[in-house]
Design a protein around this ligand. Structure first.
Ligand code: ATR
Length: 275
């Protein structure tokens, strides 16, 4: 039996076991996917004994994504550029490999839910400058065809630092200018935690967005954030945050269990029922 896990601190809230458990059952695989609560000072030891613990790999969540990258012997380009890993696997050589599938998850979901997102070749607006923003900037630039990304963050210095990583196509704008700058944009992405249950809503005026623009939120609790609801009420295509979570799980499952799983409406409904 093959076993994988998700490692975090705390870990109780993780939805990954629901996703991977669903696929294990659906594809009739003799495998398991467990939750592992690992404190920060215990991570290196835990990863060093992953094989001894009987695991073929793992997902990594907060606060371990940067440390997991540092602990791995090999890392893919996405993990290196994003500076964080969310997927680990032991190769046949027994060495620990690290990948980051967040950019893949976001872009695959965006392409599926809003295939015309880059049709007008307009600038993209990204709100936020944390780890999620970094993954999404990587994904947008790797996809090609995006000439300009406006980056706005409450703490401007974090946006400035992030923009430096990605070069001149990322232009920082003041947080206070986020609404007016939308007139040029074809895609708005919220990577902040605003709008999440228990947090303040994201205050932004969508009036300047063109009718063909797409709005994407990475927040998925609630599934329909105020941002997504307002975008839909204006007739815009809006993409919720759950799809990214589902798609980012695909590459890890395939590596560990040997089957490329499908993201379906049934899986989404199964996870929504747990939110
Ligand atoms: P992650 O790695 O998940 O992206 P993070 O690094 O904590 O998480 O980033 C959270 C993002 O939400 C940041 O861009 C943060 O802005 P700051 O860099 O100014 O902290 C943003 N954010 C959180 N609360 C906010 C608020 N009340 N108003 C504006 N932005 C907020």
């Amino acid at each position: 039996m093959k076993r994988a896990c998700v490692i975090g601190w705390p870990i109780e809230h993780s939805r990954s076991p629901i996703i991977h458990g669903y696929w294990l059952a659906k594809y009739g695989i003799d495998g398991a996917y467990e939750k592992e609560a690992v404190a920060p000072d215990a991570l290196a030891d835990f990863l060093g004994s992953l094989e001894a613990k009987g695991y073929v790999g793992a997902n990594v969540t907060l606060p371990h994504k940067e440390a997991a990258l540092a602990a791995a012997q090999f890392a893919d380009e996405a993990a290196v550029t994003i500076g964080a890993a969310n997927t680990l696997w032991l190769n046949a050589d027994g060495l620990l490999h690290a990948g980051n599938t967040d950019a893949y998850g976001f872009m695959t979901n965006l392409d599926a839910e809003a295939p015309s997102w880059n049709q007008g070749l307009r600038p993209v607006m990204v709100l936020g400058a944390g780890g999620a923003a970094r993954a999404i900037l990587f994904g947008l630039l790797e996809a090609g065809g995006v000439a300009k990304i406006y980056l706005a963050n409450r703490t401007r210095s974090r946006a400035d630092a992030l923009a430096k990583v990605f070069g001149p196509s990322v232009e920082v704008i003041d947080w206070d200018k986020r609404s007016e700058a939308l007139s040029a944009c074809g895609l708005l992405i919220n990577t902040t935690s605003l709008g999440m249950t228990g947090q303040a809503p994201l205050e932004i005026d969508l009036a300047a967005l063109s009718a063909a623009a797409v709005v994407a939120d990475i927040v998925y609790i609630p599934l329909e954030t105020k941002l997504v609801a307002v975008a839909r009420s204006r007739g815009l295509t809006a993409v919720d945050g759950l799809g990214m979570l589902l798609h980012q799980a695909v590459p890890g499952f395939e590596r560990w269990f040997g089957v490329r799983p499908e993201v379906t409406a049934e899986l989404k409904a199964h996870v929504v029922a747990t939110l």
